[in-house]
Design a protein. Structure first.
Length: 62
C-alpha cells in the first residue's frame, strides 16, 4: 500500500464520519448520548464487530 492509498482511505473515513452529524445533528447527539450510557463491555463488543467487519471487507475487496 502506498501513502496515497492510505491518505485517500483516511479522507474517506473522515467524510463518512462527518455525514451523520452534518445531516442530522440531533440524531447524532441522541445516538452519542446512548453510547455514553453503555457499559465498557458493550462498547468493546461493538468495536470488535466493527474491526471484524472492516477486516472482512478488506479481505473481500483485495
Amino acid at each position: 500500500m502506498d501513502s496515497d492509498t492510505f491518505w485517500a482511505a483516511l479522507a474517506l473515513v473522515l467524510v463518512l464520519e462527518g455525514l451523520f452529524p452534518f445531516i442530522s445533528p440531533g440524531g447524532w447527539r441522541n445516538t452519542f448520548q446512548r453510547l455514553l450510557a453503555m457499559q465498557d463491555g458493550q462498547l468493546r463488543f461493538f468495536g470488535l464487530c466493527s474491526i471484524l467487519l472492516g477486516l472482512l471487507l478488506l479481505w473481500v475487496v483485495s
